[in-house]
Design a protein around this ligand. Structure first.
Ligand code: CP
Ligand code: NVA
Length: 308
């Protein structure tokens, strides 16, 4: 795979072969890490990390991942750069590229992360924008592959908001040929362009993408039931209204009766317990959410080792 110098702003920046290759490499790195073998693949390299929003998993997984590979990460919080306020986006990129070997950015507008990528000569990684969360999808596909090695046979149900995490997961699932059903309220479907692109990819990989308004229909026969918060970061003012609208889309024990007995439950976290997911499900035996969190690190190590 020739990924050196490439940006990773969308899952669609990788071909199906590249995407699957990264998952395989991530599995190898995870196995070696567990055996105490942490190859210094990025000795002396530095990743600048820009955060316009809070983070637990993204920050820690990138920071620890860089350290494990012999490099380091520099955290720049919302008060540090103030992209577009204290300094124009291209100007920030032209400074960071002089000192860092790569830039990871968690932004509000997707245009901010693409703007950084256009201006910077070093690779730029999307650590979540309003449109996509492609690193989450990498870690999630690693997590699903650990349970269901034949990814093309997996039936995945997305239940809730058709948001950034949903967009990246749809594209990733399409790249490996999964059968996906997305259940959202009317008006909260994933972006039409993302659905169209995922269907185009799926046509070549043997996968499919179906939209419905019925959570039970999506969960029926599913191997994986995935949900995320109903109000994403930046949508806090809509939280009460969304809580009313999304109520029928809660992932609870009743909904899971429709899924396969072997089904697992996924959530990118952070979770709003009692809203999109109940305590008993999140803390129950089907939830693999902490595997997802850990796998962010292994998947991103594979990505960083290939592109930086
Ligand atoms: N899943 C995820 O990206 O978590 P953080 O927002 O804590 O980084
Ligand atoms: N959809 C959520 C994901 C958080 C990791 C958000 O954007 O806030």
């Amino acid at each position: 795979m020739r990924l050196r110098g490439r940006d990773y702003l969308s899952v669609d920046d990788l071909t199906p072969e590249e995407f699957s290759g990264l998952i395989g490499f991530a599995r190898e790195l995870k196995g070696r890490c567990a055996a105490g073998d942490r190859p210094a693949l990025l000795a002396g390299k530095t990743l600048a990390m820009i955060f316009e929003k809070p983070s637990l998993r993204t920050r820690v997984s990138f920071e620890v991942g860089m350290f494990q590979m012999g490099g380091m990460a520099v955290y720049l919080g919302p008060q540090d750069i103030q992209l577009g306020v204290r300094e124009a986006i291209p100007d920030a990129a032209r400074n960071l590229e002089r000192m860092a070997d790569g830039i990871m950015a968690r932004t509000f507008a997707h245009a901010t992360v693409t703007g950084l990528a256009e201006a910077a000569v070093v690779p730029v990684i999307n650590g979540l924008s309003d449109h996509e969360h492609p690193c989450q999808a990498l870690g999630d596909l690693l997590t699903i592959a650990e349970r269901f090695p034949r990814l093309g046979e997996v039936r995945l149900a997305w239940v809730g908001d058709g948001n950034n995490v949903c967009h990246s997961l749809l594209l990733a699932a399409a790249k490996v040929g999964m059968t996906v059903t997305v259940a959202t309220p009317q008006g909260y479907q994933p972006a039409a362009a993302v659905v169209a692109r995922a269907r185009e990819i799926a046509a070549a990989t043997g996968g499919s993408v179906t939209l419905t308004g019925d959570a039970r229909e999506a969960a029926r026969g599913a191997d994986v039931v995935y949900t995320d918060v109903w109000a994403s970061m930046g949508q806090e003012a809509e939280r009460e209204e969304r809580a009313r609208i999304f109520r029928p889309y809660q992932v609870n024990a009743g909904l899971l009766e429709a899924a396969r007995p072997t089904a697992v439950v996924m959530h990118c976290l952070p979770a709003h317990r009692g809203e999109e997911i109940t305590d008993d499900v999140l803390d129950g035996p089907r939830a693999i959410v902490y595997d997802q969190a850990e796998n962010r690190m292994h998947a991103q190590k594979a990505l960083l080792a290939m592109i930086l």
